[in-house]
Design a protein around this ligand. Structure first.
Ligand SMILES: [Zn+2]
Length: 184
């Protein structure tokens, strides 16, 4: 069972296993978000009657599991740098080949230097895109113009794009989180 976690500006952070969500709530790091959208304290949450709520059981009690929680003290810093990795490139480019526009699975996506290394192109956010294997092979060492000019993404951009991606990409979320944690 996964719970959606948000920062205090209600920006989606990640999917958390329910055990971690419960821990965060009991440690008062996070608040449950009520079905109405209200943020409630643990006491309020436990004294409210919940319809359609899933319960988790421990030895001594049953806990109504919120679908969403908010880390009410946390705001994702705007100027936090996103690590340049293939998965983060995949998220920035929304999983689309930047030459033909085809939607790619994470496995199909390859990394491409817009200006090839042989022409002095660097491995930077502004010179890397993801593309499909056929485009990558056809392009070779020539210079193609990507669908979207590649930019350096902010953490917010990556977070927002990730939350827009479907369950199919949850692994990407994990990969990004690993990168994110790596930098903290
Ligand atoms: Zn392509």
């Amino acid at each position: 069972m996964l719970v959606q976690a948000f920062d205090k500006q209600l920006l989606f952070i990640t999917y958390l296993p329910w055990q971690k969500a419960v821990k965060a709530i009991f440690l008062k790091r996070a608040l449950p978000i009520h079905e109405s959208g209200a943020w409630v304290s643990l006491d309020e949450w436990l004294s409210t009657i919940h319809d359609n709520t899933r319960y988790v059981n421990s030895v001594n009690f049953q806990f109504p599991m919120p679908q969403k929680i908010v880390f009410h003290k946390v705001s994702i810093p705007v100027n936090f740098k996103v690590r340049l990795s293939r998965w983060n490139l995949y998220v920035r480019d929304m999983g689309r080949c930047q030459y033909c526009g085809k939607h790619l699975s994470r496995r199909e996506a390859t990394r491409d230097h817009v200006i090839p290394v042989s022409h002095g192109g660097k491995s930077t956010w502004k010179n890397l895109v993801i593309c499909c294997r056929p485009c990558n092979e056809k392009k070779g060492s020539s210079v193609w113009v990507p669908v979207k000019t590649p930019t350096v993404p902010s953490v917010r951009e990556i977070m927002v794009k990730m939350s827009a991606m479907t369950v199919e990409n949850r692994q990407t979320t994990k990969a990004f989180q690993a990168d994110f944690n790596h930098q903290v």
